[in-house]
Design a protein around this ligand. Structure first.
Ligand code: DGL
Length: 259
């Protein structure tokens, strides 16, 4: 492992590519490996133990490919398994959590909405996090069915807009002014969401913050890639490579493999 080794990212499926895009934008010189565990999606309905075991499997895959740092590009895996991963492995491990803090600090109505998976909203880490904002009214909504539709390439379907409307309307009625997207799949729904919510409601996700944190930790560990070689990007999936190719608009970098 050295500075030219890749950044390894994983998610339960294609959603974490929203994080990969932010990292690639900020750190274009870095080589990256992305693992989409689409065969096992959604993680949001699995038990904590199952999520830990899948996260270990994914991390081992990325470490076997020589990753110098691991980015858990999945809120559900972060909130349920990051402690175990950090105990088990020596490499730096970056996680992604719902951006409750900026939304709570910026909210004028003192009411914010969060859309996330059941696994994230039920996790101890999430409960611990929201306990610091008892002055804010936090409306939690599980995004039942959204990840499955995204994994099936049905982002723009009528079923998707119907589901989103049913989740967002009650939040709008309760006067939220910030909507936190607490799942790395959901940034792909922003155009759909904007058709439903009024303009004054701001949408926040954690992609940029994760990219900045990844850069900071690489700098602190002297791990930034200073090579002049053109960087490479590789994407592995264990199911449905065409959806991953479409969302990335990259044909040649996507590999199907059983893991
Ligand atoms: N992208 C994952 C997250 O951020 C999706 C969860 C799932 O597979 O249910 O939570």
């Amino acid at each position: 492992m050295n500075n030219e080794s890749p950044i390894g990212l994983f998610d339960s499926g294609i959603g974490g590519t929203s994080i990969w895009k932010e990292i690639h934008l900020l750190l274009p010189n870095e080589n990256t490996i992305y693992l989409a565990d689409s065969k096992n999606a959604p993680y949001g309905l699995k038990s904590k133990d199952e999520i830990i075991n899948l996260s270990i499997k994914n991390t081992e895959f990325l470490l076997n490919k020589n990753s110098k740092i691991i980015v858990v590009a999945c809120n559900t895996a972060t909130t349920n398994a990051i402690k175990e991963l950090r105990t088990k492995y020596d490499v730096p491990i970056i996680g992604i959590e719902p951006a409750i803090k900026p939304a709570a600090n910026l909210s004028k109505t003192q009411t914010i909405g969060i859309l996330a998976t059941k696994g994230t909203l039920n996790s101890d880490l999430f409960h611990e996090k929201i306990s610091h904002f008892s002055n804010i009214n936090i409306i939690e909504q599980i995004g039942h069915g959204l990840v499955q539709l995204i994994e099936n390439g049905a982002i723009n379907s009528v079923e998707m807009s119907d589901l989103l409307e049913s989740y967002l309307k009650p939040m709008i009625e309760r006067n939220i002014d910030y909507l936190v997207l607490g799942c790395s799949h959901y940034p792909y729904l922003i155009p759909q969401i904007k058709k439903i919510i009024p303009n004054h409601i701001k949408i926040i996700d954690s992609g940029e913050a994760v990219a900045r944190q990844t850069k900071k930790i690489l700098e602190e560990n002297n791990l930034l890639n200073s090579s002049k070689n053109l960087s490479w990007q590789k994407f592995y999936t264990n199911s449905n490579p065409s959806v991953l190719k479409t969302i990335l608009n990259r044909e040649n970098d996507v590999f199907e493999k059983d893991f």
